[in-house]
Design a protein around this ligand. Sequence first.
Ligand SMILES: Cc1cc2nc3c(=O)[nH]c(=O)nc-3n(C[C@H](O)[C@H](O)[C@H](O)COP(=O)(O)OP(=O)(O)OC[C@H]3O[C@@H](n4cnc5c(N)ncnc54)[C@H](O)[C@@H]3O)c2cc1C
Length: 493
Amino acid sequence: MTYDVAIIGAGVIGSALFRELGKYRLSTVLIEKENDVALGCSRANSAIVHAGYDPPTGTLMARFNVAGNKMYPKLCSELSVPFRANGSLIVALTEEELPQLRSLYENGTRNGVEGLEIIGSDEVHHLEPNLKESICGALVAPTGGIVGSYEFTTALAENGVVNGGKVLLNSEVVKIDKIAKDGAPLEDTKKEGYFRVTFANGNSIDARFVVNAAGVYSDVVQRLIGKERFSVTPRKGEYYILDKRQGTLVDRTIFMCPSKLGKGVLISPTVHGNLLVGPDAQDGEDKEDFSTTKKGLDFVRDMSKLLSDKVDFRDSIRNFAGLRSLPSGKDFIIEIDPDVAGFINLAGIKSPGLTSAPAIAVYAVELLANCGLDLVEDPDFNPCRDEIRFTALSDEEKAELAAKDPRYGRIVCRCEEVTEGEIVEAIRRPLGARTLDGVKRRCRPGSGRCQGGFCGPRVLEILSRELGVPRESIDKDKEGSYILIGNTKEPLE
Ligand SMILES: Cc1cc2nc3c(=O)[nH]c(=O)nc-3n(C[C@H](O)[C@H](O)[C@H](O)COP(=O)(O)OP(=O)(O)OC[C@H]3O[C@@H](n4cnc5c(N)ncnc54)[C@H](O)[C@@H]3O)c2cc1C
């Protein structure tokens, strides 16, 4: 099969571009090595829609952060993704940090961030009474927000499918060749032609243009076809998620003043009503190391006490770690590869990549057009995606829905009040869930206080029933993360 555009990597960057290309009459394929979308950096981050006060003016980060931030409210409303413009507070922990607030204010204003304001200690404590007494001032960024980051990525990819795109999961790209129209190898990669993209499973597709959005592996993917231009290293960040009992401790996202290592440890409500505390920043080499460590978590906990000493870590329900894609340069790498005609790098997209994704996608379409992609608008493009969130309905609406479809009357996840109807929907949708965590990322069973202890087996049953496969074949998360191996009291083979 020959596509107009092949995108490698179904994180938020690849998925945002996939959806954006759905607005045109094109054949597009989104290629992902894992068994679901949003399994890289885009699933484990702070989920903050940054205002854009800190990236240095003139960088791609500043430009796309501010532009992306503005696109979020409409996009999330179109795609039924949870989003809240809760605003951010960047606090000065000491008098010495007050000048930093001023420079962030000035930097943000130059970047085009609206509504920035510096406030004194009294006002900080009036707005956020649970912050440390010693905090002596803050920068208020009202355009900061919070989002469901994997819901956002999944919704973008799903909307791309609804608009005619194809997603290939379990397809790790291991080889990229430049070929002529007749399929003959093309030695000179600077010449116009096609790409043959080959996967670890032996399959391949051809495409006129290729976009590298492979996150922390974007350097590896670039080197499959081009001369080495950059490297990308992982920087790990660990987190605590706390029970909803702690979810109202702060209303805004509370940041420290940024340092060389990034934005520092933050405390934030999540869109689902939990409290998020983290991350730290540990440079490493292993691009698959998502482990949490005592050292990392102790650091997060200690640092958070500088912001508030009221976080009750006994209410912690989950720890996780994410890997930032740190490019060798200081900025995002967003370019037409100078050595490979028709090959675009959206590489090393570190923070604020989640915020920037929608704006990067619009710009990437321009880059593709500059490479020669014909853009003919598709009048049938459907920007919207509906989803039923049972907890968001009124009692009357809940009763009406349950009367129509009794599966909406059966609560499977008691912590998050997720119904069987929502779980079935998450499996049956385009790009539906195939794993326990795939269901969790789409509609939240297992995200609550008991972390799936109660609902896990029931979700497994529903997956098995809906997909018509044995329970033993269902993975928890990535391929091979099996849950069951057989029946008890039966001999194992
Ligand atoms: C700790 C942390 C906190 C962050 N907080 C924020 C925040 O609050 N706000 C914000 O704006 N940004 C934040 N970010 C940054 C943001 O998460 C990233 O910029 C964004 O998720 C990057 O998306 P991506 O699509 O480039 O990468 P990814 O999501 O990693 O996607 C790349 C995909 O490519 C796939 N892939 C790799 N190699 C291959 C291959 N050979 N073949 C096929 N597929 C392949 C991977 O499996 C992966 O799914 C944070 C990041 C981290 C780690």
